[in-house]
Ligand binder design. Structure first.
Ligand code: C2O
Ligand code: CU
Length: 481
């Protein structure tokens, strides 16, 4: 299918969007030549759902299910999704991690007008690069109400071999009508100070942004507790896990009993394999990991439970033919290794070579102390300065987290590289989301190669909605299209 600008405009006009399209599209942005088009139809609607155990409740779903359907395509294909909004509020879909063209990025009020109830919108973009991604609504708190799903782009030329593959989408839930927006106990901003509850949980402020809920369950692929489907393996299998954290406010510390986990990809990008005892995954992050099934029995892949009820989950791993009834849990003793970003190295040279930084932006993360707002450089979105760049520049973001909580920061439309002085720049890992711990500083660099207006924010949905966001935008000189 050859898409010209005219047919695109026609399509968009059909979706009632013509008015907010920019006057011109980037040259060649949609010049898909004879690409195979994969068509999907997503109906967003309020739905009664069950997570396999526990009550039925009203959530928001794509096509009646949580998570939404897995999109699985081959690198280079064109993904075309017709979104039909049957909710009573406006919505969009964001294709998290994919450096697509700005008009398809799905941020209401920034890259498109939100799709009103009863309306349709057509998303169309090239599936590139290969890797594990996710999609989710970018409107209000809809992510926490069920509007998300996995998006897998298979490599055109696969470079790894495995016998089985499991996609594990991790989700935090309040099993009540309205999901995360339900009237439920909420964590005040100070709750995590020194890992202890400073003030008791409360219902949170009635005005202003919502505090994060105290979740009552953690789902894997839309199922909780005993309803979580086991990983079933045969002795000798090499098993690939695609871990996708679609949670709104939960970081997981995962450990697999009886086996060694080897991380092979982060945010879709291949790294030199790194063995780890504990795998930490923040909201919006993805990790692919491999393990060799060489220890028959019945085991658990579990998340570390601090006792505060966060991120509890247990995924059974069962060998075919094993009669062991109760699975062995992993132990979380002292001294376990947890692979960190500095331990990762790009598997191949990325072509991202060392050069002078054309721009620096300090990004000081703050807020949360006794207040309901979260900030970058003391500014609260949408009253925040843009990060202005010019196409072709090398841009550095210098993060410093001065707040008490960890923040997984996510940039739309680009991969950034995590600066690692121990490695040449072409081996720095490419990511789109990185966690910053309390008082941690990390520099990232990126090439400004995808003009548009791109949201940059904490992927804790409640921090984003409470101001921890700004916009990376290209200045006029780059609008040569
Ligand atoms: Cu996954 Cu701005 O989002
Ligand atoms: Cu945050």
């Amino acid at each position: 299918m050859h898409i010209t600008r005219r047919t695109f405009l026609k399509t968009a006009a059909g979706a009632g969007l013509a008015a907010c399209l920019p006057p011109l599209l980037p040259a060649g942005a949609l010049a898909a030549k004879n690409r195979r088009v994969r068509n999907f139809r997503f109906k967003a609607a309020p739905t009664s759902v069950s997570l396999g155990s526990g009550p039925e409740f009203k959530a928001f779903t794509y096509n009646g299910q949580v998570p939404g359907p897995e999109i699985r395509v081959k690198e280079g294909e064109t993904i075309r999704v017709v979104l039909e909004n049957n909710l009573t509020e406006a919505t969009t879909i964001h294709w998290h991690g994919i450096p697509l063209q700005n008009q398809m990025d799905g941020v209401p009020g920034l890259t498109q007008k939100a799709v009103d109830p009863g309306q349709k919108f057509i998303y169309e973009f090239e599936a590139r690069p290969a890797g594990s991604f996710l999609y989710h609504s970018h409107a209000k708190y809809q992510l926490d109400q069920g509007l998300y799903g996995p998006l897998i782009i298979e490599a055109a030329r696969p470079s790894e071999s495995y016998d089985r593959e499991y996609t594990l989408t991790l989700e935090d839930w309040v099993m009540r009508d309205g999901g995360g927006t339900a009237r439920t106990l909420r964590r005040p901003p100070m709750a995590h100070m020194h890992g202890r509850m400073r003030r008791g949980p409360s219902y949170g402020p009635s005005e202003g942004p919502l505090w994060e809920p105290l979740y009552d369950s953690y789902a894997v692929n839309g199922r909780v507790d005993e309803a979580i489907k086991p990983l079933v393996v045969t002795k000798g299998d090499r098993v690939k896990l695609r871990l996708i954290n679609a949670s709104s406010a939960t970081i997981y510390y995962l450990r697999l009993a009886g086996h060694n986990l080897t991380i092979t990809h982060t945010d879709g990008n291949p790294i030199r394999p790194v063995e780890t005892d504990v795998l930490r995954i923040g909201m919006g992050e993805r990790y692919d990991a491999i393990f060799l099934a060489d220890n028959p029995g019945h085991w658990l892949l579990s998340a570390y439970d601090t006792g505060l009820g966060e991120g509890r989950l247990k995924i059974p791993l069962r060998y075919k033919g094993s009669r062991q009834k109760d699975p062995n849990p992993p132990s979380f003793e002292q001294g376990l290794r947890m692979a960190e970003y500095v331990d990762f190295e790009s598997r191949k040279a990325t072509g991202f070579t060392n050069r002078r930084r054309d721009r620096f932006y300090d990004q000081v993360l703050g807020g949360g102390m006794h207040e309901s707002y979260w900030s970058i450089n003391g500014q609260v979105w949408p009253l925040a300065d843009d990060l202005v760049v010019t196409a072709g520049e090398r841009v550095a973001l210098r993060y410093a987290n001065h707040s008490m909580m960890p923040h997984p920061m996510h940039l739309h439309g680009h991969f950034f590289r995590i600066v690692n002085p121990k490695l040449p720049a072409e081996r720095w890992i490419a990511k789109d989301t990185l966690i910053l711990d309390h008082m941690q500083r990390i520099d990232v660099e990126l090439d400004a190669d995808n003009p548009g207006r791109w949201l940059h924010h904490c992927h804790n949905l409640y921090h984003m909605e409470a101001g921890m966001a700004n916009v990376l935008t290209y200045d006029l000189r780059s609008h040569s299209f």
